[in-house]
Design a protein around this ligand. Structure first.
Ligand SMILES: C[S@@+](CC[C@H](N)C(=O)[O-])C[C@H]1O[C@@H](n2cnc3c(N)ncnc32)[C@H](O)[C@@H]1O
Length: 243
Protein backbone atom coordinates (compact mmCIF):
# COMPACT_ATOMS: atom_id res chain seq x y z
CA UNK A 1 0.00 0.00 0.00
CA UNK A 2 1.86 3.12 -1.16
CA UNK A 3 -0.32 5.75 -2.81
CA UNK A 4 -1.97 6.80 -6.03
CA UNK A 5 0.15 6.61 -9.19
CA UNK A 6 -1.63 8.55 -11.93
CA UNK A 7 -0.38 8.44 -15.49
CA UNK A 8 2.82 6.69 -14.46
CA UNK A 9 3.89 9.46 -12.06
CA UNK A 10 7.14 8.24 -10.60
CA UNK A 11 7.38 10.41 -7.49
CA UNK A 12 4.87 11.29 -4.77
CA UNK A 13 5.31 14.94 -5.63
CA UNK A 14 4.44 14.31 -9.29
CA UNK A 15 1.41 12.22 -8.30
CA UNK A 16 0.09 14.93 -5.97
CA UNK A 17 0.68 17.63 -8.57
CA UNK A 18 -1.20 15.65 -11.23
CA UNK A 19 -4.14 14.98 -8.86
CA UNK A 20 -4.36 18.65 -7.84
CA UNK A 21 -4.26 19.82 -11.46
CA UNK A 22 -6.85 17.28 -12.58
CA UNK A 23 -9.36 18.23 -9.87
CA UNK A 24 -8.72 21.87 -10.69
CA UNK A 25 -9.74 21.25 -14.30
CA UNK A 26 -12.94 19.35 -13.51
CA UNK A 27 -14.05 21.46 -10.51
CA UNK A 28 -16.85 23.35 -12.35
CA UNK A 29 -18.44 20.09 -13.58
CA UNK A 30 -17.54 17.91 -10.60
CA UNK A 31 -20.94 17.89 -8.85
CA UNK A 32 -22.96 17.33 -12.00
CA UNK A 33 -20.78 14.38 -13.01
CA UNK A 34 -20.80 12.92 -9.50
CA UNK A 35 -24.57 12.79 -9.39
CA UNK A 36 -24.94 11.65 -12.98
CA UNK A 37 -22.31 8.91 -12.98
CA UNK A 38 -23.37 7.50 -9.61
CA UNK A 39 -27.09 7.64 -10.50
CA UNK A 40 -27.43 9.98 -7.51
CA UNK A 41 -26.27 7.21 -5.17
CA UNK A 42 -23.47 9.52 -4.00
CA UNK A 43 -26.05 11.42 -1.93
CA UNK A 44 -27.06 8.21 -0.18
CA UNK A 45 -23.42 7.24 0.52
CA UNK A 46 -22.71 10.63 2.05
CA UNK A 47 -25.93 10.59 4.09
CA UNK A 48 -25.01 7.16 5.46
CA UNK A 49 -21.59 8.49 6.46
CA UNK A 50 -23.16 11.40 8.34
CA UNK A 51 -25.56 9.00 10.09
CA UNK A 52 -22.66 6.81 11.25
CA UNK A 53 -20.85 9.75 12.90
CA UNK A 54 -23.98 11.59 14.08
CA UNK A 55 -23.28 10.86 17.72
CA UNK A 56 -20.02 12.87 17.52
CA UNK A 57 -21.65 15.68 15.50
CA UNK A 58 -24.45 15.97 18.03
CA UNK A 59 -22.04 16.79 20.86
CA UNK A 60 -21.70 20.59 20.79
CA UNK A 61 -18.05 20.73 21.84
CA UNK A 62 -16.54 18.36 19.26
CA UNK A 63 -14.07 19.57 16.59
CA UNK A 64 -14.70 18.07 13.18
CA UNK A 65 -12.70 18.27 9.93
CA UNK A 66 -13.94 17.23 6.50
CA UNK A 67 -10.65 16.38 4.79
CA UNK A 68 -10.33 16.49 0.98
CA UNK A 69 -13.66 18.31 1.11
CA UNK A 70 -13.78 19.05 -2.63
CA UNK A 71 -16.92 21.01 -3.43
CA UNK A 72 -18.21 20.45 0.13
CA UNK A 73 -21.12 18.06 -0.37
CA UNK A 74 -20.18 16.01 2.71
CA UNK A 75 -19.36 19.12 4.67
CA UNK A 76 -22.79 20.62 3.96
CA UNK A 77 -24.46 17.46 5.25
CA UNK A 78 -22.20 17.37 8.32
CA UNK A 79 -22.74 21.02 9.17
CA UNK A 80 -26.51 20.74 8.70
CA UNK A 81 -26.53 17.88 11.18
CA UNK A 82 -24.15 19.52 13.69
CA UNK A 83 -25.83 22.89 13.36
CA UNK A 84 -22.56 24.78 13.89
CA UNK A 85 -19.44 25.61 11.85
CA UNK A 86 -16.94 22.77 11.41
CA UNK A 87 -13.66 22.74 9.45
CA UNK A 88 -13.02 21.75 5.84
CA UNK A 89 -9.79 21.46 3.85
CA UNK A 90 -8.54 20.47 0.41
CA UNK A 91 -5.37 21.13 -1.56
CA UNK A 92 -7.12 22.14 -4.79
CA UNK A 93 -7.94 25.83 -4.98
CA UNK A 94 -10.71 25.67 -7.64
CA UNK A 95 -12.52 22.96 -5.64
CA UNK A 96 -12.32 25.14 -2.53
CA UNK A 97 -13.79 28.11 -4.42
CA UNK A 98 -16.78 25.92 -5.34
CA UNK A 99 -16.99 24.77 -1.72
CA UNK A 100 -16.97 28.30 -0.38
CA UNK A 101 -19.65 29.40 -2.84
CA UNK A 102 -21.92 26.50 -1.84
CA UNK A 103 -21.37 26.93 1.89
CA UNK A 104 -22.23 30.64 1.67
CA UNK A 105 -25.16 29.89 -0.65
CA UNK A 106 -26.75 27.71 2.02
CA UNK A 107 -26.22 30.33 4.72
CA UNK A 108 -23.68 28.09 6.49
CA UNK A 109 -20.35 29.25 7.85
CA UNK A 110 -17.71 26.51 8.00
CA UNK A 111 -14.31 28.00 7.08
CA UNK A 112 -12.41 26.16 4.35
CA UNK A 113 -8.63 26.12 4.18
CA UNK A 114 -6.10 25.00 1.60
CA UNK A 115 -3.87 22.24 2.89
CA UNK A 116 -2.28 18.97 1.90
CA UNK A 117 -3.82 16.04 3.76
CA UNK A 118 -0.30 14.69 4.27
CA UNK A 119 0.83 17.80 6.17
CA UNK A 120 -2.10 19.44 7.93
CA UNK A 121 -1.55 22.82 9.60
CA UNK A 122 -3.31 21.58 12.74
CA UNK A 123 -2.04 20.83 16.23
CA UNK A 124 -1.56 17.30 17.47
CA UNK A 125 -4.63 15.81 19.17
CA UNK A 126 -6.93 18.66 18.18
CA UNK A 127 -9.87 16.92 16.46
CA UNK A 128 -12.65 14.56 17.50
CA UNK A 129 -13.67 13.47 14.01
CA UNK A 130 -12.17 13.44 10.51
CA UNK A 131 -14.29 12.51 7.52
CA UNK A 132 -12.77 11.93 4.11
CA UNK A 133 -15.03 11.04 1.21
CA UNK A 134 -13.53 9.84 -2.08
CA UNK A 135 -10.34 11.72 -1.25
CA UNK A 136 -8.18 9.13 0.49
CA UNK A 137 -7.72 7.06 -2.69
CA UNK A 138 -6.05 10.07 -4.31
CA UNK A 139 -3.34 10.55 -1.69
CA UNK A 140 0.22 10.07 -2.84
CA UNK A 141 1.03 8.07 0.29
CA UNK A 142 -1.75 6.21 2.11
CA UNK A 143 0.30 5.32 5.15
CA UNK A 144 1.32 8.94 5.71
CA UNK A 145 -2.32 9.93 5.24
CA UNK A 146 -3.36 7.58 8.04
CA UNK A 147 -0.50 8.73 10.26
CA UNK A 148 -1.44 12.37 9.74
CA UNK A 149 -5.05 11.65 10.68
CA UNK A 150 -3.87 9.87 13.81
CA UNK A 151 -1.60 12.79 14.68
CA UNK A 152 -4.37 15.40 14.62
CA UNK A 153 -7.07 13.22 16.22
CA UNK A 154 -7.56 13.31 19.97
CA UNK A 155 -7.40 10.03 21.83
CA UNK A 156 -10.80 8.42 21.21
CA UNK A 157 -11.28 10.48 18.04
CA UNK A 158 -12.69 8.82 14.93
CA UNK A 159 -11.65 8.73 11.25
CA UNK A 160 -14.38 7.93 8.73
CA UNK A 161 -13.10 7.01 5.25
CA UNK A 162 -15.68 6.70 2.47
CA UNK A 163 -14.13 5.31 -0.70
CA UNK A 164 -14.76 3.32 -3.83
CA UNK A 165 -14.02 -0.36 -3.40
CA UNK A 166 -14.19 -3.72 -5.15
CA UNK A 167 -17.58 -5.51 -5.09
CA UNK A 168 -17.04 -9.01 -3.60
CA UNK A 169 -19.59 -10.65 -5.95
CA UNK A 170 -17.79 -11.65 -9.17
CA UNK A 171 -20.75 -11.00 -11.50
CA UNK A 172 -21.45 -7.57 -10.04
CA UNK A 173 -17.71 -6.79 -10.05
CA UNK A 174 -17.58 -7.58 -13.78
CA UNK A 175 -20.60 -5.37 -14.51
CA UNK A 176 -19.19 -2.56 -12.39
CA UNK A 177 -15.80 -3.00 -14.09
CA UNK A 178 -17.40 -2.68 -17.52
CA UNK A 179 -19.33 0.44 -16.47
CA UNK A 180 -16.31 2.13 -14.91
CA UNK A 181 -13.83 1.35 -17.68
CA UNK A 182 -16.09 1.69 -20.75
CA UNK A 183 -19.09 3.91 -19.99
CA UNK A 184 -17.80 6.23 -17.30
CA UNK A 185 -14.67 7.54 -19.11
CA UNK A 186 -16.71 8.39 -22.23
CA UNK A 187 -19.48 10.31 -20.46
CA UNK A 188 -17.14 11.83 -17.87
CA UNK A 189 -14.58 12.83 -20.48
CA UNK A 190 -17.19 14.39 -22.74
CA UNK A 191 -18.95 16.45 -20.08
CA UNK A 192 -15.87 17.51 -18.13
CA UNK A 193 -13.69 18.13 -21.19
CA UNK A 194 -10.92 16.23 -19.33
CA UNK A 195 -10.91 12.63 -20.55
CA UNK A 196 -7.78 11.86 -18.51
CA UNK A 197 -9.70 12.50 -15.26
CA UNK A 198 -12.24 9.82 -16.06
CA UNK A 199 -9.60 7.36 -17.26
CA UNK A 200 -7.75 7.94 -13.98
CA UNK A 201 -10.90 7.29 -11.90
CA UNK A 202 -11.44 3.56 -12.71
CA UNK A 203 -7.68 3.00 -12.79
CA UNK A 204 -7.23 4.48 -9.31
CA UNK A 205 -10.16 2.39 -8.00
CA UNK A 206 -8.68 -0.79 -9.47
CA UNK A 207 -5.32 -0.13 -7.80
CA UNK A 208 -6.83 0.88 -4.43
CA UNK A 209 -6.71 -1.72 -1.61
CA UNK A 210 -9.86 -3.80 -1.08
CA UNK A 211 -12.03 -3.10 1.97
CA UNK A 212 -10.47 -5.85 4.10
CA UNK A 213 -6.95 -4.74 3.26
CA UNK A 214 -7.68 -1.08 3.98
CA UNK A 215 -9.10 -2.09 7.38
CA UNK A 216 -5.91 -4.04 8.04
CA UNK A 217 -3.76 -1.06 7.04
CA UNK A 218 -5.73 1.18 9.39
CA UNK A 219 -5.10 -1.25 12.25
CA UNK A 220 -1.43 -1.47 11.34
CA UNK A 221 -1.17 2.33 11.35
CA UNK A 222 -2.54 2.36 14.90
CA UNK A 223 -6.30 2.73 14.64
CA UNK A 224 -8.39 0.55 16.92
CA UNK A 225 -11.98 -0.70 16.69
CA UNK A 226 -11.69 -0.58 12.89
CA UNK A 227 -14.70 -1.77 10.99
CA UNK A 228 -16.21 -1.22 7.59
CA UNK A 229 -19.54 -1.41 5.85
CA UNK A 230 -20.02 -2.00 2.16
CA UNK A 231 -22.63 -0.06 0.21
CA UNK A 232 -24.17 -0.62 -3.22
CA UNK A 233 -22.95 -4.20 -3.44
CA UNK A 234 -19.47 -3.19 -2.28
CA UNK A 235 -18.83 -0.57 -4.97
CA UNK A 236 -18.25 1.76 -2.04
CA UNK A 237 -17.07 1.10 1.51
CA UNK A 238 -17.15 3.20 4.66
CA UNK A 239 -14.32 2.49 7.11
CA UNK A 240 -14.37 3.75 10.69
CA UNK A 241 -11.40 3.65 13.02
CA UNK A 242 -10.70 5.10 16.44
CA UNK A 243 -7.49 6.55 17.83
C1 LIG B 1 -13.10 12.89 -5.56
S1 LIG B 1 -12.89 14.44 -4.75
C2 LIG B 1 -13.96 14.25 -3.35
C3 LIG B 1 -14.51 15.54 -2.83
C4 LIG B 1 -15.57 15.43 -1.76
N1 LIG B 1 -15.04 14.91 -0.53
C5 LIG B 1 -16.75 14.61 -2.23
O1 LIG B 1 -17.12 13.65 -1.55
O2 LIG B 1 -17.31 14.94 -3.27
C6 LIG B 1 -11.30 14.25 -4.04
C7 LIG B 1 -10.76 15.52 -3.43
O3 LIG B 1 -9.57 15.18 -2.71
C8 LIG B 1 -8.67 16.26 -2.84
N2 LIG B 1 -7.31 15.76 -2.54
C9 LIG B 1 -6.66 14.76 -3.14
N3 LIG B 1 -5.45 14.62 -2.60
C10 LIG B 1 -5.34 15.55 -1.63
C11 LIG B 1 -4.32 15.90 -0.71
N4 LIG B 1 -3.14 15.28 -0.68
N5 LIG B 1 -4.57 16.89 0.17
C12 LIG B 1 -5.75 17.54 0.17
N6 LIG B 1 -6.74 17.27 -0.70
C13 LIG B 1 -6.54 16.28 -1.58
C14 LIG B 1 -8.84 16.71 -4.28
O4 LIG B 1 -8.35 18.00 -4.49
C15 LIG B 1 -10.37 16.58 -4.45
O5 LIG B 1 -11.03 17.79 -4.16
Amino acid sequence: MTGTTPQGATTEQAAAQWVRGMFGRIAPRYDLLNHLLSFNLDKRWRARTVARVAEILDRPDTRVLDLCCGTADVLLALESRANRPLLASDFCHPMLLEARRKIAGQGLSTPVFEADALALPLADASLDLITVAFGFRNLANYQRGLEEMLRVLKSGGVAAILEFSQPPNAAFRALYGFFSTSVLPRIGGMISGSPDAYTYLPESIRKFPGAGQLAEEMRRAGFSRVDFERMTGGAVALHLGRK
